[in-house]
Design a protein around this ligand. Sequence first.
Ligand SMILES: C[S@@+](CC[C@H](N)C(=O)[O-])C[C@H]1O[C@@H](n2cnc3c(N)ncnc32)[C@H](O)[C@@H]1O
Length: 301
Amino acid sequence: MGRSGSGGVTRGKSRFDDIYVQPDPRAYFTRLAPLDYEIPHHAQPVFRQVAAERAAHGDSRTGGLVVLDLCCSYGINAALLNHEVTLAELYERYTSDTASRMSPEELAAWDRDFYAERRRPDALRVYGLDIATPAVRYARDAGLLEAGFTDDLERVPPGPELRRALPEVGLITLTGGGSYITERTFTALLDGVRGHVWVSAFVLRTVSYEPVVRRLAAYGLRTTVETSRTYPQRRFTDEREQQYAIQAVRALGGDPSGREEAGRFHSVLYDSRPGGAVHAPVTGGHQPDHLAGADGSTYRD
Ligand SMILES: C[S@@+](CC[C@H](N)C(=O)[O-])C[C@H]1O[C@@H](n2cnc3c(N)ncnc32)[C@H](O)[C@@H]1O
């Protein structure tokens, strides 16, 4: 199953497990740079906008809106949400000669100053959840996350610390994690929040998000998606991965021409907010009728 240089393959998609569990993000950026991993860049303005709308929507939580970044890794979405910085600058920073000479502790100290100087006045409280303990620890040490959790909700219920934190969460964000987590993780999160939480998720077109959408609907959240608007995620590692993606997109009713056929994974944005009728969870495979495009179009391309 293993593939050289990519950390393996799962269901046709190359894996990068080794770069997720380093003490700092240098290997992550170095390995992903040639693949143009760019989804956090596309998410940056979207998450800022959704967070502003969520905050304006009113929140009874003490201390203001808390964003939970799911599959947060080294805190990249938190960096981009709360600081005057771009993903391109992060690539430059973490692949620089200066960074390469530092210990992980020196890098975290360098980053604390860097992010403190660039902190936006309207910065939000961000919590992170990821099973990669070293990455979450780094994000905390660099000052990017107010709290970090490593519970694997695919396997176990939330531990006491996450359980205590969840009622504060008003918005859940996700990039790059849609292939790793399922409705199990969302069920655990939604069971723990207080009132309504919004979810803003960029998910690869090779993955069905329908089970999650159905589960969110059971908690009163209506999901909209504009399938014609796609966001490039990264280049394929090789021809084999591209063929897998093309077939997976077709199998889900999508059209890979001009997108996956042109050499990159593409994601779509799922936006879930209160408004759906509260259903019992549906486990069948039919098209959910509450999943309508933002423009009133249907879910599929
Ligand atoms: C492709 S990375 C995305 C990181 C970051 N969100 C980004 O876009 O740069 C996927 C992340 O999902 C995490 N992950 C895998 N399984 C998970 C699970 N069951 N719960 C939470 N995070 C998980 C991995 O550890 C990894 O950090």
